[in-house]
Design a protein around this ligand. Sequence first.
Ligand code: MTE
Ligand code: MO
Length: 220
Amino acid sequence: MADDKAPPDSKLTRTKEKWAREGRFLTGKVTRPEAQRLPPGQHLTKDWPVLDLGIVPPVSRERWRLDVYGAIETPVFWSFDEFIAQKQARFTSDIHCVTTWSRYDNEWKGLATRELLAACQPREDARFVVLHSYDGYTTNLALEDFAAEDALLAHSWSGQPLTEEHGGPVRLVVPHLYFWKSAKWLQAIEFLTEDAPGFWEVRGYHNRGDPWTEQRYSND
Ligand SMILES: Nc1nc2c(c(=O)[nH]1)N[C@H]1C(S)=C(S)[C@@H](COP(=O)(O)O)O[C@H]1N2
Ligand SMILES: [Mo]
């Protein structure tokens, strides 16, 4: 009888051992594999749906102002020209909406939230951010989520000015959370020491909204 403690020695085993030595199939790429790129419960869409409260506030680039206030050392109040004179970032990211659509590879241009933080200097005790929009919408974020390395105040998408239906002149984009956190028609950014849930967060939606752990609703 064959010794069944001996390691199985087949052509396939030897071939796979050879692949391991050679590092076969390692691409060296750091991107998430395609199979894991879509969060659970989401489906892909090629178009870009419009979702909001149904009021498109009339804010031209000329009339737009950004007011940054609260628990910060240096309040900021910018016209569009002043805003666009700041250092520009280009980030490509995926959108995940809680209504289950996702859209890959959106090209954004604008001001990285990290640059805004450098300008307004949050106080030591600042922990939360509330976004206020021209349509009366609000949404809250932990300071760490607002400060994500690919988060930005976007004025352009695919090389074109952001359309008014998608939140132009300027919207927030926080790609690692469900898209309701990405306030359109951004008007003000308030820094707080205590959390203050926003429009959807007080209407049954999750306070954080991580698509990877399906933080859709507040009872999850
Ligand atoms: N000011 C404002 N921002 C908003 C909303 C809104 O109603 N008002 N809706 C949120 C929701 S629920 C989603 S899914 C996205 C939709 O953005 P889009 O219309 O560009 O796809 O905007 C978010 N930001
Ligand atoms: Mo949404």
